[in-house]
Design a protein around this ligand. Structure first.
Ligand code: AMP
Length: 193
């Protein structure tokens, strides 16, 4: 199986590249942001709990995220592999994911990080906010909070995979196709290790 964690700050291009990776490798997609937005839209109990965190740009508490991913993994039993997009975002989530995957005997192949400078991220998020309908993309305070949360809570997750020699980083600035090529080259190398 090919199980890739696509990593990077908000606006790095994880969603765009995930779509291309799914098509290329026929993988399932677990985007916790998309899953939460669906819960929000459907007005579920989980959506109601997640709303205040998402509205301010803070992380939804780990236990809610982990149980949602656990449910989604049950649905994806027969897949060729999974792209994790926007998850894990804390060390606790990374540890919980290892437990969930170990139980199923399916390891993470690797983490691919997209490196994009803050100024570019802010431009991309504000641009996306014009059409995405996402309120967290339209407000500079919320964007700043999301970038701070990324640095303080999410960035340590890179070390977690680095320690297992499963971490690669690529330049996330450039054309979508150029970045995609770099990602697939790195995935080929990760598959050989
Ligand atoms: P995203 O679409 O990945 O930018 O996520 C949008 C929002 O959903 C984030 O700002 C968080 O409030 C919440 N969220 C998404 N994924 C996670 C996660 N793995 N852990 C905690 N909160 C998350």
């Amino acid at each position: 199986m090919l199980n890739i964690v696509l990593f990077g700050p908000p606006g790095a291009g994880k969603g765009t590249q995930s779509e291309k990776l799914i098509e290329r490798y026929h993988l399932a997609h677990i985007s916790t942001g998309d899953l939460f937005r669906r819960h929000l839209g459907e007005g579920t109990a989980l959506g109601k709990k997640a709303r205040s965190y998402m509205d301010t740009g803070l992380l939804v508490p780990d236990e809610l995220v982990i149980s949602m991913v656990d449910d989604k993994l049950q649905e994806e039993q027969d897949t060729k592999g999974i792209i994790f997009d926007g998850f894990p975002r804390t060390i606790a989530q990374a540890e919980a994911l290892d437990v969930l995957l170990n139980n199923k005997k399916i390891p993470i192949t690797g983490m691919v990080a997209l490196d994009v400078p803050d100024e570019e991220l802010i431009q991309r998020l504000l641009e996306r906010g014009k059409t995405s309908g996402r309120t967290d993309d339209q407000d500079m305070d919320k964007i700043s909070t999301r970038l701070e949360v990324y640095r303080s809570e999410t960035l340590p997750v890179a070390n977690y995979y680095q320690q297992q020699s499963k971490f690669v980083t690529i330049n996330g600035v450039g054309s979508i196709d150029t970045i995609f090529k770099k990602i697939t080259d790195e995935i080929s190398k990760l598959q050989q290790t």
